[in-house]
Design a protein around this ligand. Structure first.
Ligand code: DGL
Length: 268
């Protein structure tokens, strides 16, 4: 097995390449750290998968990342967090940072008391999301808009494709019509189409993503565990699917040609 050449990178994982929007914020805040990004594209989209599958998969990934030498792990996927964060935390022998849709800051920011949340079906149907709304957004109107097909279209067709335009027309128009003045990007894929979302909302609408908040949280966790530093800003990437299309998509989204290995968690 060809292990990541460093002893202690921070592992970041998502169903695909949405988590790169989080990784960007992590690398900006923590330039001295090394990162290992895992895209579970063989199982994309997570948003259509049963919770039990996501729990089992999340735990298997966390255990394999630990064996691979990760010193901490970031679940850069709202869907995996919603379904599996507790199970992963219980099973993983390393610090875990998870993210969730920015409902709390959105509710605090909204002038009109109407917020939109764009996320996967699995995230919006989760108990965790219901709790988030009940605890932090009971005083505002929450328009929870599931976006089936959007994450896979971002990966397969690209952010500027006609497919994306059609999906955004369908998912964003109801938020504009209902008067939302804050829109939560509740899936890490959606910042890739933030311009298209903003174009469909009235000027001045705030779009919220959680990349920077996750980076601050990771920094706190590293400091608390005396785990910070020791790297050199290196990045390695792996996918459970075929590397070639992932390399092409990373190049298109990130503007970088990166070597990506095939890796199946648990096969090591
Ligand atoms: N990027 C993921 C999220 O944040 C999920 C996309 C998917 O695989 O459905 O929810």
């Amino acid at each position: 097995m060809d292990y990541f050449p460093l002893n202690h990178p921070i592992a970041v994982f998502d169903s695909g390449l949405g988590g790169l929007t989080v990784l960007r914020a992590l690398r900006e805040r923590l330039p001295q750290e090394d990162f290992f990004y895992f895209a579970d594209t063989r199982h994309l989209p997570y948003g259509d998968r049963p919770e039990a599958f996501l729990r089992q998969r999340g735990v298997a990934i966390a255990e394999a990342l630990h064996r691979r030498g990760a010193k901490a792990m970031v679940i850069a996927c709202n869907t995996a967090t919603a379904a599996a964060a507790e199970a992963i935390r219980a099973a993983a022998a390393l610090p875990v940072v998870a993210l969730e849709p920015g409902v709390k800051p959105a509710a605090a920011l909204s002038q009109r008391g109407v917020i939109g949340v764009l996320a996967t079906t699995r995230t919006l149907h989760s108990e965790r999301f219901q709790r988030l709304v009940a605890n932090h957004a009971h005083h505002v109107q929450v328009l929870a808009q599931a976006c089936p097909g959007l994450a896979d279209a971002i990966e397969n067709d690209g952010p500027d494709s006609p497919q994306i335009e059609a999906l955004l027309d369908r998912f964003v128009a109801p938020l504009a019509q209902a008067g939302a003045d804050v829109v939560v990007l509740g899936c890490t894929h959606y910042p890739w189409v933030a311009d298209g979302i903003a174009r469909r909302m009235p000027a001045g609408t705030v779009l919220l993503d959680t990349g920077e908040a996750v980076a601050r949280q990771l920094e706190r966790v590293l400091l608390a565990g005396h785990l910070q530093g020791g790297g050199a800003g290196r990045l390695a990437m792996a996918t459970s699917g075929a590397p070639a299309p992932v390399i092409a998509t990373v190049d298109r989204l990130f503007g970088q040609k990166i070597k990506i290995e095939h890796w199946e968690p648990g096969s090591d």
